[in-house]
Design a protein around this ligand. Structure first.
Ligand code: ATP
Length: 356
């Protein structure tokens, strides 16, 4: 059964369109990430789901019941949803245990039930040893675990997360991604998770909806989105792709970047404009003369040593610039002539020609 359904959802502010005809079905117990750059409409979609904002068009259904439509919107307190914000919003005068139990107490549960539920969630969230501390005595990651525990303990029908890790430092963010996924595997609440961070989405999500200009540009598993981006926007946003534009010679070849490349993906029509994506680390760079098919000639613009890799910018013969991630051992000076091998199975012809 679909737990949450967005049907042709839209939100306008005057002439500005924040969310544009978004349809999305989230299965019971699934975790879906709304992923996209700043301003693409992901927070507005989440606020529509929470009931903080009324839609201009379309509907939101939970368990088959309409909760939002332009005619009627059930207020946040009438929805069985928990929302976690960027700031942890813990009560400073309450201990960890009191913060977590608060939602149970206001639901007037008896003491034995509250104690049992509290004990279970503190154990799962690894907070037992911190139960009597106050928020001011916790690290950022610990505070965010408390805010997760507080949201989970009330057993919401739907869990909404708005950039929950953005206030943490990089190491902690990485650790907490796994923590969120672990808690999700344990409780399986239907979850919508908003983030602009690709790795966060890849680690936590069952499905990723990549958003652009208020619309869902592509929906798929992390692997589908990574392996088979439909558009140049998705290819660029996920996993650092180069985008090249050229003319199709036949169903599987493109004149591009001053040479010819065999492509994968969709069959081409001779003469059409084709957009091809290839990831930076899938390109091989060499100063040796061409030895295989699918090679393009260029000149190194700049290179940066990054420890685990070396980052090159190479200008092709037609002026197109490509980014290449190479081994740190491979040290080629700026100005040197190079040959780039772009494996045919990695040169993906995108839908719709020149989309960006
Ligand atoms: P961010 O990651 O920066 O939070 P976002 O993808 O969550 O971005 P939204 O906050 O949903 O994007 O905003 C989508 C668009 O709607 C933006 O262009 C924003 O300026 C506009 N918008 C959002 N809220 C309002 C509002 N209350 N009034 C007018 N415009 C708004």
């Amino acid at each position: 059964m679909a737990s949450v359904e967005l049907k042709n959802l839209g939100k306008r502010y005057g002439h500005a369109v924040a969310v544009d005809d978004v349809s999305l079905t989230i299965g019971h117990g699934q975790l879906v990430c709304l992923l996209g750059p700043s301003g693409c409409g992901k927070t507005t979609t989440l606020r529509l789901l929470a009931g903080f904002v009324e839609p201009s068009a379309g509907e939101i259904l939970v368990g088959g019941k309409v909760l939002s439509s332009p005619q009627r919107t059930v207020p946040p307190e009438g929805r069985n949803m928990s929302m976690i914000f960027q700031s942890y919003a813990l009560w400073p005068h309450m201990t960890v245990a009191e913060n977590v139990a608060y939602g149970l107490r206001i639901r007037k549960m008896d003491k034995a039930t509250v104690d049992a539920k509290l004990k279970a969630i503190l154990s799962t969230a690894r907070l037992e040893a911190l139960a009597e501390r106050y928020p001011g005595e916790l690290s950022g990651g610990q505070q965010q675990r408390v805010s997760l525990a507080r949201a989970l303990v009330v057993e919401p029908e739907t869990l909404l997360l708005d950039e929950p890790l953005s206030n943490l430092d990089a190491n902690l963010r990485e650790e907490m991604r796994f923590e969120i996924r672990r808690l999700h595997d344990r409780y399986r609440y239907t979850t919508v998770y908003v983030t602009h961070d690709q790795s966060e989405a890849m680690t936590t999500a069952d499905l990723i909806a990549v958003m652009n200009l208020g619309r869902i540009e592509q929906l798929g598993t992390p692997k589908e989105i990574y392996d088979a981006p439909h558009s140049a926007f998705v290819a660029r946003f996920i996993g650092g792709s180069n985008i090249l534009s050229g003319k199709a010679l036949d169903a599987g070849h493109v004149a591009i970047g001053g040479g010819t490349l065999a492509t994968t993906g969709r069959p081409l029509v001779a003469g059409e404009t084709v957009t091809v994506s290839i990831r930076q680390h899938e390109i091989e760079i060499s100063t040796a003369a061409p030895s295989a098919a699918n090679m393009l000639h260029g000149v190194v613009g700049r290179q940066v040593f990054l420890g685990a890799s070396r980052d090159y910018t190479v200008a092709l013969d037609d002026g197109t610039e490509l980014r290449v991630t190479a081994s740190p051992m491979q040290d080629i000076a700026p100005g040197r002539e190079v040959w780039l091998r772009l494996p045919a199975e990695r040169c993906r012809a995108l839908m719709g020609g020149n989309d960006t």
